[in-house]
Design a protein around this ligand. Structure first.
Ligand code: NAP
Length: 246
């Protein structure tokens, strides 16, 4: 059992899918869990669910693509809970199209939400983490960062950028006892994958040696490990969680 008692975790995109599973897993491990999303309805239901278990959970409405909003979330969490020990940069979006049809706004938006958000949030937490001489930053990449995927030049570029960001920041802050790692999930069950046709699902399964999709909990368990003392000597790495795809 991983123990995150007395740790304050801030998770972006915590209201749905993988982020929701991370919020639940961290709360179960004793962390004080703060999470960010834009839509308050789903978020507030999750806050109520977690608080019923006796855990501490707060929701902050913000757009991670906006640096000022990220700074104000970090300020609020520190005002409320005194520190941030763990930052999980999980929020992400897709807006797929072949490059000939992809609009520049789609490129900019996907890069902003998936990649610039890491700059916004990590910069905002950095001085407080340095002052505390402790920090665990976990960034959500994707298998497509390595494999590429037609229709996803924007998303795959952002997710590949996350790996470079992770390695570079890890080297900058290693001496301050702050680790920075990434997780690259393969295909994980989500609203998006549930909406695929049976034929599309079969084609996807054929690319996975384990012949099944991952569950959000598979990714939450990896985040739990990287956030815990079991991973104290791991930094700058990318954990591939994909049923053997690469
Ligand atoms: N599912 C997969 O198969 C898979 C595979 C590889 C990597 N990933 C990565 O894993 C992460 C989570 O994916 P998921 O499938 O769980 O996604 P999801 O179910 O669509 O959830 C995305 C979360 O991010 C939040 N979000 C989106 N844009 C935001 C913004 N601008 N500011 C703040 N919050 C925002 C959403 O809440 P609001 O909409 O309310 O803001 C939601 O909580 C993403 O980074 C994704 O790229 C997923």
């Amino acid at each position: 059992m991983i123990d995150l008692q007395n740790k304050v975790a801030l998770i972006t995109g915590g209201s749905k899918g993988i982020g929701r599973s991370i919020v639940q897993a961290f709360a179960k491990s004793g962390a004080i869990v703060c999470f960010v999303a834009r839509n308050p309805e789903t978020a507030r239901k999750l806050v109520d669910e977690i608080r019923l278990t006796g855990a501490v959970c707060d929701f902050y409405q913000a757009d991670v693509g906006d640096a000022d909003q990220c700074e104000s979330v970090v300020r609020e969490v520190i005002k409320q809970h005194g520190k941030i020990d763990i930052l999980v940069n999980n929020a992400g979006i897709t807006d797929d199209n072949l490059i000939v049809r992809m609009k520049k706004e789609s490129w900019d938006r996907v890069l902003n939400v998936n990649l610039s958000s890491l700059f916004n949030m990590s910069k905002a937490v950095m001085r407080p983490m340095m002052k505390n001489k402790y920090g665990r930053i976990i960034n959500m990449s994707s298998v497509v960062a390595i494999t590429g995927n037609p229709g996803q030049v924007n998303y795959a570029s952002a997710k590949a950028g996350i790996i470079g960001f992770t390695k570079s920041l890890a080297k900058e802050v290693a001496s301050r006892n702050i680790t920075v790692n990434a997780i690259a999930p393969g295909y994980i069950q989500s609203d998006m994958t549930d909406n695929l046709t049976e034929q599309q699902q079969q084609a996807m399964l054929n690319t996975i040696p384990m012949h099944r999709m991952g569950k959000p909990e598979d990714i939450a368990n990896s985040a739990l490990f990287l956030a815990s003392s079991l991973a104290d000597y791991i930094t700058g790495t990318t954990l591939h969680v994909n049923g053997g795809m690469i």
